[in-house]
Design a protein around this ligand. Structure first.
Ligand SMILES: *Cc1c(COP(=O)(O)O)cnc(C)c1O
Length: 447
């Protein structure tokens, strides 16, 4: 992503991590989407998830332009709320859903079901019945058990499923173990190196419940090295060639999943979208050429790299605890309930003071923590913040659009923050803040 030249780079990479409409003044984030951060914090409270409309739609359009002759499938799990799925529909993207809940959100958004791809390593019968009823465009089959379930639903309903096979290509994406999915030992897909993918192709060809349209793989998430994507592309085209040889079927679709990384830590240096698109398309075309196959129709499934850069979380600073010659803790009014990603796999975002009040002082490294009853409730370590940052100041985390709202919890009975879309000087609530009454509404009394 190119940084707006008018923005000062307060600490390395921060500008790359902030949405395009971010306005900075002396190292503070003062406005987003033309709305002042003070106003937003006052109107909607903190913590607050902001989504920058221009960045969000800009990322969708950039993907469509980079992949003109391919299908861009937004991975709903990164941020699955109705208003966002409506924008995804408006921009003509496809949608990857991985549960009945995500399908129901797509349905509520009026998303055209022919453009929906259904994923999941353990889809229930009910989810497959939903897929049949709604006319979901593609189901990505993940296991032999799923073939049995698909056949049961086909028997019940007379529906035939258009499917892609999820293949585990044995490619190491050099990312955290918990977000890597393409290596042989994975709960996802049919492992190629053990012959399971070939057995699955045979199973699909023999089944009356499914029409085999193509193959799918997803090597991991927050991936920066292009070689993982191009290696996977080559392996997958090889698989398509095997299917043609063994079953005299030319599969027309190759779905290479998502996973392109974005700037989270200052040192993150993701490839440009055009370079990623170019490399993947070339790898597929070259491999198809070598195998004498027609180039398959390509699908990509970005989640993080669509919504991540559009998001900013605004917190209010509370207790600041200085342990002499050890560490300074800056506690904010949220924490692992709105962002469990540091606790889960060490993910870390960049922080910047926010709002109109000037914050003086030298930058010094602090540990930003939440307000939860857990020592692991950390949002960032070694975070450079001005020594003058004090109680009641606003603090913003950059690049938090993906896997924050969707992974949030009510730990310690904190209500989930509001999601507010900002653009052209206006703020629109996409999801209001959760209240204690919302939480209590689902509970029964024993009295
Ligand atoms: C998670 C996932 C994606 C999206 O991954 P990002 O890293 O957010 O781009 C796409 N496809 C599948 C199958 C996934 O599991």
């Amino acid at each position: 992503m190119s940084a707006d030249a008018s923005l000062p780079d307060v600490h390395g990479g921060l500008v790359d991590a902030l949405p395009t409409t971010a306005e900075l003044d002396e190292g503070r984030l003062t406005a987003l989407g033309g709305v002042s951060i003070d106003t937003l914090a006052e109107r909607f409270g903190t913590p607050l998830w902001l989504l920058d409309h221009a960045t969000l739609v800009g990322r969708m359009r950039a993907y469509r332009e980079a992949f003109t002759d391919a299908s861009v499938v937004y991975a709903a799990k990164a941020l699955c709320i109705r208003g966002v799925l409506e924008l995804v529909d408006d921009e003509g993207l496809y949608l990857d859903c991985a549960s009945g809940g995500e399908l129901a959100t797509a349905e509520a958004a009026g998303f055209p079901m022919q453009r929906v791809v259904l994923h999941g390593n353990n889809k229930s019968l009910q989810e497959l019945r939903d897929a049949a009823r709604l006319g979901v465009g593609r189901v990505v089959v993940d296991s032999f058990a799923e073939f049995r379930r698909l056949e049961q639903v086909a028997d019940e309903t007379g529906h035939t499923f258009d499917v892609q096979l999820r293949v585990t290509p044995g490619v190491d994406a050099h990312t955290h173990d918990f977000v890597a999915t393409g290596h042989d030992d994975s709960k996802f897909g049919f492992t190629l190196s053990r012959g399971l993918a070939h057995q699955a192709a045979e199973r699909a060809v023999d089944s009356n419940a499914v029409v085999l349209r193509g193959a799918h793989c997803h090597v991991g998430s927050q991936v920066f090295g292009m070689d993982a994507f191009t290696a996977a592309a080559e392996v997958m085209v090889g698989f398509l060639a095997d299917v043609r040889t063994q079953h005299a079927q030319v599969l027309e679709e190759l779905n290479l999943g998502g996973g392109l990384g974005v700037v989270e830590r200052p040192s993150d240096d993701p490839p440009a979208l055009e370079d990623y698109a170019g490399a993947v398309r070339r790898a597929v075309a070259d491999a198809a050429d070598r195998h004498g196959l027609p180039a398959p129709h390509l699908l990509v499934e970005p989640g993080r790299s669509v919504v991540g850069p559009a998001g900013v979380t605004v917190y209010r600073v509370g207790t600041i605890k200085e342990i002499p010659s050890l560490r300074t803790y800056v506690a904010v009014d949220g924490g692992m309930s709105d962002n469990p990603r540091y606790a889960l796999y060490g993910a870390m975002h960049q922080f910047v003071p926010a709002g109109s009040r000037p914050v003086e002082g030298e930058l010094r490294p602090v540990t930003v923590v939440g307000k939860h009853c857990e020592s692991g409730d950390v949002l960032g370590e070694g975070v450079p913040l001005p020594s003058g940052l004090g109680e009641d100041d606003l603090l913003a985390a950059a690049g938090t659009g993906a896997y924050h709202h969707s992974m949030a919890s009510n730990y310690n009975r904190l209500g989930r923050p509001a999601v507010v879309l900002v653009g052209d000087g206006r703020a629109t609530v996409l999801s209001r803040r959760e209240t204690p009454e919302d939480l209590l509404a689902r509970e029964a009394s024993l009295r």
